[in-house]
Design a protein around this ligand. Sequence first.
Ligand SMILES: Cc1cc2nc3c(=O)[nH]c(=O)nc-3n(C[C@H](O)[C@H](O)[C@H](O)COP(=O)(O)OP(=O)(O)OC[C@H]3O[C@@H](n4cnc5c(N)ncnc54)[C@H](O)[C@@H]3O)c2cc1C
Length: 469
Amino acid sequence: MPSATSSNVSHMAQVSLDFIVVGGSIAGLATAYALREAGHNVLVIERTDGSSRSKGGLRSPPNMTKILSQWGLGPALAKISHKCTSFKMRNGGSGEYIGAIRMTDSFLLYLLADFLFMQHGHLHTLLYDVAKEAGARFLFNTEVTGADPIEGTVTLRGGDVVKADVIVAADGHDSIMRPLVTNEEESVDGLPGQRYLSLAFQVPTDALQEDEELASLTDPLVWYLWVGDGYIFHGNLVVVGGQDFTVNLVSKYYSPLNEGDDQWQHRALDEFQLDYSKFEPRILKLLKLAKNVAGRVYHTWPTVDSIVCENSRIVLVGEAGHPLVPGSRHSTALSIEDAQTMGRLFSHIQNKNQLPQFLNAYEEIRQPRVSATQEYEQRQFGMFSAPAGPPMIQRDAMMRAALAYEDWEHMDEDTFKMVWGNELALMGHDAGEQVDDWWTQWRSFFEGKERARQRDSIQIPVLQPASYD
Ligand SMILES: Cc1cc2nc3c(=O)[nH]c(=O)nc-3n(C[C@H](O)[C@H](O)[C@H](O)COP(=O)(O)OP(=O)(O)OC[C@H]3O[C@@H](n4cnc5c(N)ncnc54)[C@H](O)[C@@H]3O)c2cc1C
């Protein structure tokens, strides 16, 4: 079993709080682990039996890899992942090559961590193992049906109620906890936003090698992307735990929603009503070789204005707090950053009375980052999925010019800003450092308050007047 070999937090909290984490996937497990490391009691409530593992691909950009390494998981990570050093982009309709982005050694050195490929299920297992080893408790097959943000309780299907100091909502994209924090009625039907179909499948590497055109997709260091009319199609090799090429297609979805479409389901490819005329021959071949096809329809939620409820009882992490376009490059990384922020922040808490201020700090640190990333990802999807015709021609020309440089060292300043400006801010982010900066600013305030509180609470014995009779 992997174990964390070095501690992320320099000290433990002076008070152990009770946390309930609703949802035991990547965000919930990572947060449970980080909070346990900071000295808190954690109960994870997960509605499934917790055994399912997705074979889908997952990317760990440097900002995420850095945190997992800070948690001492570097050696375990090395066993389940491998490095990606370039992105190669084609037009999804014509198959024309647009260009490549190369992450040179100097670039990765600058970011202090690698861009990694892994399987979602492998990271899930790793985080579950370390959270459990750190002492998190788990309730599986248990669905949370509601919560009381004033009492700090969650209600379970069946009627039981569980109380905690803080409820961490890690219940994913369609979170039932989110409306309790944002105070907004959420209804998919009423939302004007866009629907997306997300499809994931694997193709055995052997099958790729047998085809002359597909054999060129077997470089393990490359992430292959096709940007098409209303969709992004991308894939990479997963060399650990089998030799599969793992693929994800995210496409705008206009058909009516049938029951179950908004849940991950394994289905035959034809049931997803794809418009095959939009795909170049390589994509069509990959679709023909697809195995383990799973898909679901997502609805975009607007950017969340608040990630902590006004009673300072419920806090959103992971997709619950940042429901991004499916397949976003930064979704999982943001979830790991949330966990790092929670853990490191709550390692400094000295008294339960400080809870509202610490949750406020969480929001202050995370909200701008999360909103900016969500908006950026939406803009990027809009640009990459430009409709056929003049918008697509213009997009390809712009990207071709930008990617002609291939690596960052030879770009002129304007091109550099266009290609790397936002990406550097995203991938160079250090979530732990943000907390350290906040604590440097506020430490004396909290420690002074705590000293005064302890002083005031000391019971000075009342002296009885002496009796001289
Ligand atoms: C089954 C599954 C497979 C996935 N596969 C991939 C993949 O291959 N590649 C990829 O990049 N991303 C994948 N994702 C998405 C990925 O996990 C997220 O994009 C991101 O990593 C952050 O996830 P999260 O933990 O916030 O939310 P999610 O991963 O959506 O997890 C939410 C968790 O909360 C649980 N839950 C929801 N409601 C309740 C409730 N009321 N009570 C109790 N528990 C509840 C769910 O069962 C789930 O375990 C997958 C997600 C799921 C659920």
